[in-house]
Design a protein around this ligand. Sequence first.
Ligand code: 1AL
Length: 377
Amino acid sequence: MADRKAVKIVSGQPDFLQFNNLACETAGGNVIFATDEWFAPASNLLKREPPEFIASAFTEYGKWMDGWETRRKRIPGHDWCIIQLGVPGIIHGLDVDTSFFTGNYSPSASVQAACLDEAPALTLEGDRTGMAASDSQFEAVAKLHSELWEELVPVTELKPGYSDTCHNYFPITYPSRVTHLRLNMYPDGGIARLKVYGVGQKDWSALPTQDQLDLVALVNGGVCLGYSDAHFGHPRNMIGLGRSANMGDGWETARRLDRPKNLQVDGKGILQVPGYEWAVLRLGHPGVISQIEIDTNHFKGNFPDSCKIEACHLTPEEEGKYVSGRWSSDPGNKWRVLLQPQKGRGTPTLASSLRNETLTLRTIVPGAIRGVKTDQT
Ligand SMILES: NC(=O)NC(NC(N)=O)C(=O)[O-]
């Protein structure tokens, strides 16, 4: 396989950024409680869009900020909020992003985790003014639930929200499934986003084996393990919840700017652009694949010329051998074609041509799907 680029790990950035954001609002993440939301609501922490700063924007509460920002504390205690993950799972890393909070960022933070079958029964309503609850009431709620929480990140100084310091990355080694996080700010201040990078973990034991479901979906534990290019959109977007809102919600590569020197004409006189883009996705569970949907919604002038899907079953050890940037080689001759190359369509979707196509490769029990996307001309 001609490899355009190895998986891109931008130098200095942690590997865990490749995983899914399990707390993102588009994955169903939700803030269920916050001690104070005077300047800006905690729900902003989970927004998918990068934080913004609008110098002229003020509200009746103060400067408009794109994040969670509490008042300057004049009483003992600290501010905290509880986040219900959209996709419960194993967490590999956190980004506490303080973008644009400079004179008002939270100086320190800690993060706790819990696995709760039900959301904690919080007796206090968080309110914007924070006036409804006295500090002792807040402390009572905190204490009530203290046995639920295990420490993921101890109290740690944060860096301010300038462009070169705003990402406060924390690699996490915590082997248990997490459903809820508690983010603590010491004592108060602002944080723009909390990104929770990990892999969803579903309880498969409760599901009948004959049920059809999307094995690669983020909510079912699917994850992108590698790709050739993610210039405009990461391939993990393909496995998000529901249909995409716009092009930014899909996988989009950069144009191959080296095209002119690589153009070839085949035996039939048809122009060919050699090479292709690829992404490797691990399924949430091994299974028999009977249907594939490839949705090119919104990609009209830039949909892929064609695509092909290959599948294989890999043990964790075998996967480990591939992961070190060597997805382009196939030493074990493992990959089998699941979907022969299909011509893409810009509109409305390629899915319409595949939705009814049943692939009955009953002899293959894939543990991964490899999607291969050619570049447009
Ligand atoms: N200019 C500010 O941001 N002031 C205050 N914050 C907001 N959002 O108004 C503060 O707490 O420092």
